[in-house]
Design a protein around this ligand. Structure first.
Ligand code: BES
Ligand code: ZN
Length: 467
């Protein structure tokens, strides 16, 4: 991240006077007056109160376990977030929604008779349970034509990754009577994939590395008969329930109140197996802290602090939230600030992602605040893959704050509290907090809702997960 070229006397004093008496984590002595960039008075109302220890402590609490949408752990996190909002004095709402969910199997086995090397089979998201055995037959890339000249009925098809989706390979195999499928990687290393959607027509399927797949293929090309068995147990598909947590602050400036709505938030769920300290306990904890900071500030717009469920399963919670907004609310919505992965020590610099890469009132206001705070505006880059996309699709200005390039721990069990940088948290909380407050402060009569076109953003998953 960029070093702060300026540190105002106001900031240093403010931190010292912070309501919770927290030590200023990064306060340096004020520089000589002619180097000091004056902060706006309204910035200091926010800066004086941000306590990075609160953010850090909430990340630490939330990231003790993975928080997969629809599980008890996610529901506990939801309850915790709700209680925190309430402890600051907010009225909160739990917005319930349901979705078709999938729990990965607890047993994934592949044994190949006469093969002594280590096999580390993986399952596919939305894959089926089952126990099947049979002769292994090579079926190329698993395209329809690959099954024309081989008899695969009741057998196990060995298929190479590439060209078409994993789901289509398995469906083609199933249509030809295959009992089970082994898909091997076309690049070094293990293969973790998804079928993208459930389908009763799938047959049991496992993924293996390129090295293991090539070894099996070599046996077949040598004319050896190879038999294998696949055993997958514990996969569970079905309807699940998750919630968005919404805390609302009415405008304090009732007489002059404009009817705008400004929201900020993050997703509280994680992927399976990942404690999600950075993704996205960091954004959740920052939402909580900025809600605490703003609680008693004068404002002339309605504010909504939201944490979303089921983001990792395809932006489900935020899409539901936007789908439940009335036409009148969409007309009033000024913008949404999204914080997703805002504190990794091992990621790159802060960027502002907008789904189409263009500037809007959210990104512009954050560029202005980052320039006031750090001397230069945070760059804007096109980027989706998080809940700001749902708002964009609903015609609402939105942007997401993230450090790029991503840390190597992204979506792994290593996304833990020890990788979190308080300095990065402080920087993003200041930029987002002062930008948000710039828009809602009573003196600002400028920002108006500017409803855009509704549209669908096609990309949901990284290409490499489905094919
Ligand atoms: N925190 C990430 C967002 C992200 C990841 C932004 C990579 C930019 C690059 C988010 O939680 C995530 O993992 N998103 C999914 C997409 C989602 C729609 C399932 C992704 O990018 O795979
Ligand atoms: Zn995320």
């Amino acid at each position: 991240m960029k070093k702060k070229p300026y540190l105002s006397i106001a900031l240093a004093t403010g931190l010292a006077l912070s309501s919770l008496g927290a030590p200023a984590a990064f306060a340096k002595p004020a520089e000589t007056p002619n180097q000091v960039q004056p902060f706006n008075v309204f910035d200091n109302k926010v800066l004086n109160q941000i306590n990075v220890e609160n953010i850090y402590n909430n990340i630490e609490y939330l990231s003790r376990t993975p928080r997969v949408a629809g599980t008890e752990a996610e529901h506990n996190a939801i309850q915790y977030v709700k209680e925190q909002f309430e402890s600051y004095g907010y009225e909160t709402e739990l917005q319930e929604f349901t979705f078709y969910g999938y729990t990965a199997p607890n047993t994934v086995e592949l044994t190949v008779d006469g093969y002594t090397g280590e096999i580390n089979p993986k399952s596919f998201t939305y894959g089926m349970d089952g126990s099947v055995a049979g002769e292994v037959v090579y079926a190329g890339l698993g395209q329809a034509a690959d099954f024309e000249d081989v008899n695969v009925t009741g057998k196990i098809a060995l298929i190479q990754r590439g060209s078409i989706s994993f789901a289509d390979k398995v469906l083609n195999a199933a249509a030809n009577g295959v009992a089970g499928v082994i898909i091997f990687n076309n690049a070094p290393g293990d293969l973790n994939g998804t079928f993208g959607a459930p389908n009763d027509a799938y047959v049991p399927a496992v993924a293996i590395s390129q090295e293991t797949g090539q070894a099996l293929l070599d046996k077949l090309t040598n004319g050896e008969a190879v038999t294998a068995s696949i055993n997958i147990e514990g996969a569970e598909a079905g309807m699940r329930t998750s919630y968005n947590v919404i805390a609302t602050k009415a405008p304090t400036n009732k007489n002059k109140a404009k009817d705008g709505i400004l929201a900020m938030g993050a997703h509280h769920d994680s992927v399976p197996g990942a404690p999600g300290a950075n993704d996205d306990a960091s954004g959740t904890a920052m939402t909580l802290e900025l809600a605490r900071v703003m609680k008693d500030l004068p404002t002339n717009m309605e504010m909504r602090f939201i944490t979303f469920g089921a983001e990792e399963l395809g932006l489900i919670g935020s899409r539901y939230y936007v789908s439940q907004l009335s036409e009148a609310e969409k007309d009033r919505f000024v913008g949404y600030f999204n914080m997703d992965m805002v504190g990794s020590r091992d990621a790159g610099d802060l960027v502002i992602n907008t789904p189409d890469g263009t500037n809007n009132i959210v990104s512009q206001t954050a560029q202005a605040s980052s320039e006031r705070l750090n001397g230069e505006p945070t760059p804007i880059q096109p980027g989706g893959s998080s809940d700001h996309v749902s708002f964009y699709e609903g015609g609402i200005a939105s942007a997401s704050f993230i450090h790029r390039p991503l840390e190597p721990w992204y979506h792994t069990p290593e996304d833990t509290i020890d990788k979190i940088s308080k300095e990065k948290l402080q920087d993003v909380a200041e930029i987002v907090g002062t930008a948000v407050y710039d828009l809602v402060r009573p003196e600002n009569q400028g920002p108006k809702a500017n409803r855009g076109e509704e549209q669908k953003v096609p990309h949901l998953y990284y290409e490499e997960q489905i094919k």
